[in-house]
Design a protein around this ligand. Structure first.
Ligand code: ADP
Ligand code: MG
Length: 697
């Protein structure tokens, strides 16, 4: 029989289709999910504060009478109705306002009613007020008792009240109290580490017993939390290891590492490979030789030369009779890879084909035909390669460039393109530096290599922070550099995540630069242009036909124009540090002395200045990534927010790094056969549906 915790939420009182939908929005499907929906914070509602003693800035609970209430209409703003009231007890008066409210709430605020309210106190126009307090009717003859313990506050969503969540959750917590849920960690491990069992820990987090409890919880230091933090990270790691085990047990293309073509290309390159490039290539060849599917992440800072490593690594696969595919996150990048690969590989007699979303009709048909027949030996493309209508003849090796933009799902989609159930070798390349311990936890399914050396002769990029007022002199400086034969990137950003606005900003800057620098030729590239126009703009810049390229952040990854020596970034504070670092990496690639200029507004906040100072003072991608991590949280650095690949319920990769060794040990222990049962329970609890990705069929 199904355990009660597996049951859906509709069995609970107060959960109709509408509420179920809201709960689903919070990711809650089963009663077990609900138990894992832990409080965000706790509030102390065990006492009442007289209105006259309320302190601004504090949260407080009052009992007071409605002296006056009414609904006003505002002229502007999103919601136009406002419910405003004055409440008072015999010590003072307080204003209350609601910008969203329903009929029930309005009814509470009838003159003469007594209410119990909880909310944050602030001062507006010299008066104390609460905005959107939680309010309930108080029966003076028979007041409902105050809570004896701290009140948990749960994450919620629009249209679902805190109290509704609590009522629903209360039913599940009652069952937890009587029946408990199955243990998900080995008992001996719990004993050894003095961690509470699953049901006790769970109960403690929902109903903290005292203040000390909740203070520990608020800072992530309660033993009940430790248990779940380690548990969640271990579950994640086990799932990844399991995925790895499954992949590695699959049949894989036999690729002989010894390659005549590779030697040929190495000799014809205009530069010597760096020691780091050679070492990583060696590691890739060892993977081929091992006869198991390669799953390797290669990290190398911007400009470390990952592309040529990828091209060289393709050659043994091609010589062994397989096709290779290279996936890029943007069409611009795909186009550039296509040009590089063609230049390197066509002289060796290799047929390189590019397939992007913009390819339509006959053109697309022809390319898809070549991919299916095997005539296309190297295929370069964007997500267009994932489409079901694209069938490879004999795909043996897949390279993902700038991996952090792809999710696990997309990686799997391409794996399905292999013949005979063979698992293609996979190489994943990223410029995003990930602290090693973290990489081990997040990418436990991958092997890890690092190109930790830049090609020789790279000049450091001088970075400066320049204020908007100096724009005119900056433009003169640009003019001078261009007259000298140099080239300049001018990147526009906007705070809104709106691409349309970004493009507009770029267009405006483009127009004003054209007016101010009529003697120069200026190009424009942004996301809303047609692919052909984008390509043409980049090509013109590459070939030196344009002096300045005005762009949005579309050029963030990959664009390579060694002659460009000035990178101007407008409003850089709107970007992540790693992103600015990527952009800066576009210059300093050639012989010219290079500059990165961060063009900022005057009213920059102290924090923003601090962040930009990090960029100014170092060019070490790792140091920048760690700072970025600190300031923005792990999800954004890793780019997983878009893919939803890595969301933790309790663990926080930044805060909980100290647990990584423990996590590793626990995962290792739980891989032993005697823990198969708890392990299954653990994975079901934490990974659940995400376990789909262990099914790589
Ligand atoms: P990234 O690692 O950021 O993808 P690229 O592969 O685009 O870097 O390489 C940046 C530039 O460095 C390219 O112009 C490339 O041809 C050049 N390059 C790569 N390896 C070397 C090397 N060993 N010596 C000199 N230049 C190199
Ligand atoms: Mg690159």
């Amino acid at each position: 029989m199904e355990h009660w915790s597996e049951q859906g939420l509709r069995y609970l009182k107060g959960v109709g289709p509408k509420v179920a939908e809201k709960l689903l929005k919070l990711g809650l499907k089963s009663q077990r999910d609900l138990l894992f929906h832990l409080p965000l914070r706790y509030e102390d509602r065990t006492f009442i504060t007289p209105v006259g003693s309320l302190q601004p800035g504090q949260r407080g609970q009052i009992e007071a009478e409605v002296l006056h209430a009414g609904v006003h209409y505002r002229r502007q703003g999103r919601s136009r109705r406002v419910l405003a009231a004055k409440l008072g007890d015999n010590t003072g008066v307080l204003s209350v306002r609601y910008f969203y409210f329903n009929a029930n709430q309005q009814k509470l605020f009838e003159k003469g009613n007594w209410l119990r309210c909880y909310g944050e106190v602030r001062v507006a126009q010299g008066e104390l007020e609460m905005i959107h307090p939680e309010a309930e009717r108080l029966d003076l003859d028979d007041p409902s008792p105050l809570p004896q313990t701290l009140t948990p506050i749960y994450p919620t969503t629009e249209g679902l009240h805190q109290l509704s969540i609590k009522r629903i959750l209360g039913q599940v917590i009652d069952k937890l109290k009587t029946d408990g849920i199955a243990e998900t960690l080995p008992q001996d491990w719990l004993d050894r580490n003095d961690f509470p069992d699953v049901s006790t820990a769970m109960l403690r987090l929902h109903n903290p017993e005292n203040k000390a409890d909740s203070e520990l919880i608020a800072t992530g230091r309660h033993p009940a939390q430790y248990r779940f933090i380690v548990e969640e990270l271990a579950a994640h790691r086990l799932a990844l290891l399991e995925r790895r085990r499954q992949i590695r047990s699959r049949k894989t293309p036999v690729i002989k590492p010894a390659s005549r073509l590779r030697q040929q290309l190495s000799q014809s390159l205009p530069f010597e490979l760096t020691g780091a490039q050679l070492r990583v290539l060696d590691e890739l060849m060892q993977d081929f030789a091992a006869g198991k599917p390669m799953i390797r992440l290669v990290q190398g800072d911007v400009g470390s030369g990952k592309t040529v490593v990828a091209a060289l690594a393709c050659l043994p696969a091609i010589e062994s009779g397989y096709q290779a595919a290279l996936m890029a996150p943007t069409e611009i990048l795909a186009e550039q890879h296509y040009q590089n690969f063609t230049q390197w590989l066509e002289p060796l007699g290799i047929n390189v084909v590019n397939l992007v979303g913009a390819d339509k009709g006959k053109k697309r048909e022809r390319k898809v035909g070549q991919i299916a027949s095997g005539e296309a030996q190297v295929v370069i493309g964007t997500h267009a390669l994932f489409q079901a209508s694209v069938e490879f003849n004999r795909l043996g090796f897949i390279i993902f460039d700038e991996q952090h933009r792809f999710g696990v799902d997309q990686r799997l989609a391409l794996q399905r393109k292999t013949r005979d159930g063979e698992m293609a070798h996979q190489l994943i390349m990223t410029a995003t530096p990930i602290p090693r311990t973290m990489a081990m936890s997040i990418y436990a399914d991958l092997d890890y290599s690092q190109i930790d050396e830049l090609p020789p002769g790279r000049k450091p990029v001088t970075t400066s922070i320049v204020s908007e007022q100096q724009r005119a002199s900056l433009i003169q400086r640009v003019a001078k550099s261009c007259a000298d034969g140099g080239q300049v990137y001018w990147v526009c950003t906007l705070i809104e995540e709106s691409e349309a606005l970004q493009c507009e900003a770029a267009e405006l800057t483009f127009e004003s630069l054209c007016r101010q620098l009529p003697q120069l030729s200026i190009g424009l590239v942004h996301g809303r242009m047609k692919p052909a126009e984008k390509e043409a703009a980049i090509l013109a810049f590459k070939q030196g036909q344009t002096h300045i390229l005005v762009a949005t952040t579309v050029i963030e990854v990959g664009v390579d124009v060694p002659n460009a020596s000035i990178m101007i970034i407008e409003n850089p504070e709107r970007l992540g540090l790693a992103q600015i670092h990527q952009l800066r990496g576009r210059v300093g690639r050639g012989a010219r002395e290079s500059f990165c200029i961060l063009l900022v507004r005057n009213d920059l906040s102290e924090l923003a200045r601090k962040r930009l100072e990090v960029i100014r003072s170092t060019q070490d991608g790792f140091a920048i990534a760690e700072k970025d991590l600190e300031l923005r949280g792990a999800g954004e650095v890793l780019g997983t927010r878009q893919t939803g690949e890595m969301s933790f319920r309790i663990a926080d990769l930044m805060r909980d790094q100290k647990w990584f060794p423990q996590v590793e040990a626990l995962a290792k222990m739980m891989q032993q056969p005697e823990y198969a049962e708890v392990r299954a329970e653990l994975l079901r609890n934490w990974v659940g549906e995400r376990q789909d990705y262990t099914d790589v069929g």
